[in-house]
Design a protein around this ligand. Structure first.
Ligand code: CTP
Length: 402
């Protein structure tokens, strides 16, 4: 079973479908998943926590202030613990709170704190489900990368007939199994080259030109691609980050070294993702001795480095080429120009002035521009989640090609 060993946090909000969540807990447990259940206060009015505790063989979370373990903060701890968060049933209320960033109880707080993929199984009255407010909130959650388990149609507990019945536990299980299967291996058999970090262009033995790139975005991409089964080579500029598991790392310092390594690796690659902030200029001459100061002003003549991505774009055959554009203004226009000039398939553009974006942050806000004009907005999210969304787009390109 593909759910064996998976850590599932089941968030049960209050609606009549809570009874189905009890069956779901039991089925998840039986497939070998480790299940922890988090209930809203109203969910506990429908089915007692004891039922879920017995079925999940775990303590139930229900109160932000009920801190059982003094060494940790429960809602952060359980948010970090989960491989997947499943909200079932998801009421209009929790959907609305989550979409709008409201964190006023244990469940809503945990949902904002988790970096795990979130699946939502709505359950409500048909008119509520059709209400523009609920639809809008669900769209917002989709734009955050949440997945939805569509409710079924039929006779609802409120007496109406229509859409709003929580998806059946068996179907939820099947969908999650497929998700984990695909999720873990959808890039298997693909060689992915990722570049990360800045480059360093020496002036003399003690000085160099560089930029603020931390390498975090490129390392997140390498890590996620490897966890999705790809054969990953990471060409890294000088950064102090640990090598992600299963990734083959080549360290380089200058743009010229990165050029040589990337071109060499790219020959056999299916996908090249250039997240590195490569220096566009370098000192025209590098002194072998330390340059001594004088009383005069100093001029350093700079020459262009080779554009690695442009070179790859010229020689590419069936490869998928992904570039990055860090801009402080006219994001779409500048990114689009780079996409065309460098013959890319996708460009990941970010406004370095946006809140939560930019160098050395753990989060990013990006716009992905496809060659065919499609535009995908990635709202503020962790660089790991953003990396996964970029890889989803790359995977989509790969599928359409083959
Ligand atoms: N890039 C590259 N080789 C270079 C310079 C950049 O491969 N010598 C790649 C980067 O890895 C990134 C993209 O090209 O994917 C960035 O494009 P670029 O036009 O170089 O951006 P900037 O350096 O920010 O340029 P500009 O100052 O024109 O905005």
């Amino acid at each position: 079973m593909s759910l064996k060993g998976k850590k599932i946090l089941l968030c049960v909000s209050g609606g009549i479908a809570v009874f189905k969540a009890a069956a779901l807990t039991s089925k998840l447990y039986q497939t070998g998943a480790e299940v922890k259940v988090l209930m809203t206060k109203s969910a506990t009015e429908f089915v007692t926590p004891l039922t879920f505790q017995t079925l999940s063989r775990n303590d139930i979370y229900k109160d932000t202030f009920e801190e059982k373990d003094p060494t940790s903060v429960a809602h952060i701890d359980v948010a970090d613990w989960a491989d997947l968060v499943l909200i079932a049933p998801a009421t209009a209320n929790i959907i609305g709170k989550f979409a709008n960033g409201i964190a006023d109880d244990m469940m809503s707080t945990t949902l904002l704190a988790t970096e795990a993929p979130v699946w939502v199984a709505p359950a409500m009255n048909v008119h509520m489900y059709d209400h523009p407010a609920v639809k809008k909130n669900m769209d917002v959650l989709r734009s955050f990368g949440c997945h939805f388990l569509e409710p079924g149609e039929g006779l609802l507990a409120c007496g109406y007939v229509g859409k709003g019945r929580m998806a059946e536990p068996e179907d939820i299980l099947e969908t999650l199994e497929t998700y984990f299967k695909e999720d873990t291996n959808d890039l298997a058999g693909k060689k992915v080259v990722v570049t990360a970090g800045p480059t360093r262009e020496p002036v003399d033995p003690v000085r160099y030109f560089t930029n603020y790139s931390s390498g975090k975005m490129g390392f997140a991409l390498a890590e996620q691609a490897a966890s999705r089964g790809a054969d990953v080579t990471l060409v890294a500029g000088p950064v102090s980050l640990p090598t992600p598991q299963g990734v083959n790392r080549i360290d380089v310092v200058t743009a010229e070294e990165m050029f040589t390594s990337v071109l060499n690796e790219a020959e056999t690659a299916d996908i090249v993702i250039k997240a590195a902030a490569v220096a566009d200029y370098r000192p025209a001459t590098v002194s072998s001795e330390k340059v001594k100061k004088s009383d005069d002003e100093m001029m350093i003549e700079m020459e262009r480095t080779k554009d690695i991505l442009w070179t790859l774009g010229q020689q590419k055959k069936n490869q998928i080429l992904v570039g990055f554009a860090a801009e402080s203004e006219r994001l779409d226009e500048y990114a689009q120009k780079k996409l065309v000039k460098k013959n890319l398939d996708l460009i990941c553009a970010n406004n370095i002035k946006a809140e939560g974006a930019g160098f050395d942050k753990d989060t990013n806000v990006m716009t992905l521009l496809h060659r065919d004009g499609e535009r995908v907005e990635l709202p503020l999210q962790s660089k790991h989640d953003a990396a996964n969304r970029i890889l989803d787009e790359v995977k989509r390109l790969d599928v359409t090609r083959s």
